[in-house]
Design a protein around this ligand. Structure first.
Ligand SMILES: [Zn+2]
Length: 85
């Protein structure tokens, strides 16, 4: 069950239910202490779907990056080949 004192004050953009803090930690950045909070939807089923979407987006981003790197290598190789011709 979700306790009321870990509510974040924001709502899930997917289902409109309140988002809750699942984890918070402090990290020293230069001279100040910064508190980071990891939040999730209070509905675990909804959060699972959100996670899936995020995971898929990350996978796509990585695939695009990979593709761009390959193209860049190919471009360089073609350029080098032309220069040597
Ligand atoms: Zn939600």
């Amino acid at each position: 069950m979700t306790t009321l004192n870990n509510l974040t004050g924001s709502v899930c953009t997917r289902c409109g239910k309140p988002r809750v803090v699942v984890e918070s930690y402090e990290e020293k950045v230069e001279t100040s202490l910064v508190t980071y909070t990891i939040t999730a939807c209070s509905d675990p089923e909804c959060q699972k779907k959100v996670d899936l979407v995020l995971k898929e987006e990350k996978r796509k981003r990585l695939a695009i990056k990979d593709e761009q790197e390959k193209r860049e290598l190919l471009r360089k190789a073609t350029f080098a080949a032309r220069k040597n011709a």
